[in-house]
Design a protein around this ligand. Sequence first.
Ligand code: KG4
Ligand code: ZN
Length: 331
Amino acid sequence: MLVLGIETSCDETAAAVVEDGVRIRSTIVASQAELHQRYGGVVPELASRRHVERLLPVVGLAVEQAGVAWSDLNGIAVTRGPGLVGALAVGMAAAKTLAFVRGLPVVGVNHLEGHLFANAIDHGPLPAPSLALIVSGAHTDLVHIEGPHTYTILGRTRDDAAGEAFDKVARAMGLGYPGGPALDLLGQGGDSTLAPLPVPFAGRGYDFSFSGIKTAALRVLAAHPNPDQTFLAGLAASLQRVVAEALVRKVARAAREYNPAAILLAGGVAANSVLRRRLAHEAETLGVPVQIPPPALCTDNAAMIAACGTTRLAGGATDPWDLTVSADLAL
Ligand code: KG4
Ligand code: ZN
């Protein structure tokens, strides 16, 4: 089964063709990072306009690089939320129009569930029951996967998402937007004990909180008006160490409570080298298999959307033509 995926929830214009939900035939991600860089964050109206300009060429390229004809495709999967409403609407309008013109079924995909399905590529169905940590620029959710498309959110961030905290500190350090990847690189040579940052703790439940640690890191930075490279690398490494520690401690506690078949990592921040290492180490200690997608499948892409949509299309599902987008769609 060949499915075209379309993803436009934020600032990546992406399309991909995935076979049987597991093999990537093509994946194109046109990043808008340079467009939003000067504003230090995504400007929603500019993001929508850029999607309008780029989406059809990106889709055309994905189909061409997959080496398939439109008549070979079995359906279209499109992100319907959560995300920026204008940006989502561009992808949804394109997906429905293409599906109507080509006589294909269309299904809407939850972006967060899409992130989880980055783990299904090359591996097949998501293991269940399992635990998943979804960490992105907008979300930090600890999820219990009970079965196909059945999820319970055990905890979430009460304030900033982990990626948001990274991006805000990185921006103050002059690392541009989005700052997470630059912070990761910078911290690799740094002393992770340099800044006296506490491991953020949001109580004994499974919720997280990263706004306090963000403020603490910004204070450390402000106290050093002329920081040298050693200091900046140390601050980057220290921040990543405590954020990863806060995330992994709760995952470990949930693993002891729920006995999952596997622990899954997903979302843009899953590309972070410190978090990947720390979680893999913890899972090994717990004796639980861990699934972490390759970095390019952690950040927003359309292959994960196609993989997720395939599970519904393969069961004969299709969404109605009045399918809408939703900025705050829940998992
Ligand atoms: O999933 P994603 O691409 O978009 C959302 O759905 O939000 O996640 C983007 C977030 C940004 O905050 C970005 O800085 C962060 O993921 N990110 C990273 C890394 N790569 C992306 N954070 C830390 N280290 C990385 N290597
Ligand atoms: Zn995302």
